[in-house]
Design a protein. Structure first.
Length: 78
């Protein structure tokens, strides 16, 4: 699963630092929104010719990692 995450980049100078597909300005959030709206992988690739199946899967892996993130509250000592 890790090699798929290499396809996701975060650069503060591109898309305000939002996660994007490597080598593009296509944001991970955009892919996830389109998938959740019901677009198929085939439709996404047809609409974005530079997009590859592995890019779509990398977005799903990224989202899974975020969903599994656990916030640990920090209590500042008095």
């Amino acid at each position: 699963m890790e090699p798929l995450l290499d396809r996701i980049t975060v650069d503060p100078t591109i898309c305000h630092g939002k996660p994007t597909i490597r080598g593009s300005r296509l944001m991970v959030a955009t892919i996830l929104e389109l998938l959740s709206a019901g677009m198929t992988h085939e439709e996404l690739i047809a609409d974005y010719p530079t997009l590859q199946e592995e890019d779509i899967r990398s977005c799903l892996v990224y989202a899974t990692r975020l969903a599994n993130f656990q916030f640990v509250p920090y209590n500042k000592a008095a």
